[in-house]
Design a protein around this ligand. Structure first.
Ligand code: FES
Ligand code: FES
Length: 235
């Protein structure tokens, strides 16, 4: 259907609905869209419309963050002490501690569940405190001591918390387990594992999709009691 009075404005042959006129103008919908998308592309690409200096920069795709996306430029040097060993690193400053551990150092025990600080699968100990390593920038940890699940055992001897998790079947698929164990170690050290109620509350940042919570609690309680029994008694 034509809405304009001019004979030139009739829909182009074979264009069907796309050949309909737009708002009474002599443009067809197809031509209008082609022109406007071309204008949009021009706006996006025009160096004159970018802040000064920005045009010269090569954009770094977000998906490339954590790789050598900056091609040497803008990388920073830092060193992390992980599980007792010092690792010098050269990283994009946007790399998280979790990605540095997993992708750069192949310490894949710490898991990436949500990458948003909501599941606890990536929990590690940073200077003795538990953190979600997906929320921490590696650059902010320069010189700091990091303990991951790989660093808890002493040789072939499991950490008491690892042994307790095994004994109590504190896992099913095991995906959350490294984070649960690191978090549990800190929970005991903090003094927040005195009761089931406390454990429930202070381990609530570590989600287990398999629902192994009763067994996890039993493991933490046992490791807590063993630690308390081994602690030197005050006179
Ligand atoms: Fe870090 Fe889920 S991966 S909290
Ligand atoms: Fe499967 Fe916890 S054991 S998510």
């Amino acid at each position: 259907m034509s809405t304009a009075g001019s004979p030139d404005s009739s829909p182009e042959e074979g264009e069907g609905l796309d050949g309909e006129l737009t708002f009474g103008s002599p443009l067809t919908r197809r031509r209008f869209l082609a022109m406007s998308s071309g204008a949009g592309a021009t706006l996006l690409c025009s160096p004159l419309l970018l802040p000064s200096g920005a045009a010269a920069q090569t954009p770094v795709p977000i998906s490339a963050v954590g790789t050598a996306a900056l091609d040497g430029e803008g990388l920073i040097d830092l060193s992390l002490k992980i599980n007792g060993k010092t690792f010098p690193l050269r990283l994009d400053p946007r790399v998280t501690l979790l990605d540095a551990l997993r992708d750069r150092l192949q310490l894949t025990g710490s898991k990436k569940g949500c990458d948003h600080g909501q599941c606890g699968a990536c929990t590690v100990l940073l200077e003795g405190r538990r953190v979600n390593s997906c929320l921490v920038l590696a650059a902010s940890c320069d010189g700091d001591e990091v303990t991951t699940i790989e660093g808890l055992a002493q040789g072939d001897t499991l950490h008491p918390m690892q042994a307790a998790f095994l004994k109590h079947d504190g896992f099913q698929c095991g995906y959350c387990t490294p984070g649960q164990i690191c978090s549990a170690v800190a929970c005991v050290t903090e003094g927040h594992a005195q009761t089931d109620e406390q454990i429930r509350e202070f381990m609530s940042g570590n989600i287990c999709r398999c629902g192994a919570y009763p067994n996890i609690r039993a493991a933490i309680r046992e490791a807590h009691d063993a630690t308390a029994a081994a602690a030197p008694k005050r006179p």
